[in-house]
Design a binder for this molecule. Sequence first.
Ligand code: HEC
Ligand code: HEC
Length: 220
Amino acid sequence: MTQSRLLPRAGLALLAVMGSAALFGAAQSQTDRTHPVGKPLQDAGSFAAIGDASRRSAALFSEAGKVLQHPRCLNCHPPTRRPTQGETLRTHMPPIFAGGGEGAGAGVPGMPCATCHRTSNTPTLSAGVTSVPGAEHWSLAPISMAWQGKSLKEICEQIKDPARNGGRSLAQIRTHLAEDHLVGWAWHPGEGREPAPGTQAGFGGLIEAWIATGAHCPAN
Ligand code: HEC
Ligand code: HEC
């Protein structure tokens, strides 16, 4: 009896404490802000039962899509020269411009990204922002690499296209996805942010198997 009465009270007390943070637009949907956990990601071996290689290939890419279309990646791959934030891809606050034409993306002269984003995640004490994300060369992906609002089929075709992917071969795309540190940040995004699903190694394995089976794209 005591327990069932105590729980709601503890909940109310917690709400009162969190109230001020919520006013500043904290990520209200997250219940555990100190130890965020990513969603699961199947490994490449889980798709062995699909006999047809092109179907298996597309299925592997669809699984990898759980990472590619995760907010941790999408926030840096928007269709405009402005980054977005959080789980809902909201407008970056303060308003930020990537600057420097297509190839660039590290901010405008008066306000480079590095004004606030350091080479690693930085905890803050400010209400509503538990940490400022950071990694070396923090910058916005070029427009040709925009993924927000695109289907997995479109992202797949774009990633394979050297005219839009930074002149990369499929092998270089695999290396980038499996080893690049900016990509890797998505699994260590700092307090208050959900990491990308699975691990970067598991994601790299899916991409490797996708390429080995012909790099076929999903139907939508
Ligand atoms: C902090 C911003 C940032 C984050 C976070 C980020 N990227 Fe990128 N991404 C970039 C920039 C900048 C480039 C262009 C750099 C280059 O071409 O070398 C890029 C390029 C790429 C490319 C190569 C070009 C293309 O589109 O085919 C891939 C693939 C990619 N990112 C995947 C990812 C994935 C997957 C994630 C999440 C797990 C991710 N990125 C997270 C900034 C980011
Ligand atoms: C004046 C400070 C400031 C500048 C300059 C700045 N940012 Fe940010 N940025 C922040 C803060 C603070 C957050 C964390 C906000 C939060 O999580 O509520 C953030 C979050 C982000 C996120 C969201 C990460 C995620 O997945 O939630 C991205 C992406 C981002 N910034 C990219 C950039 C890029 C690219 C630039 C330069 C073109 C830049 N920012 C310049 C302060 C800044």
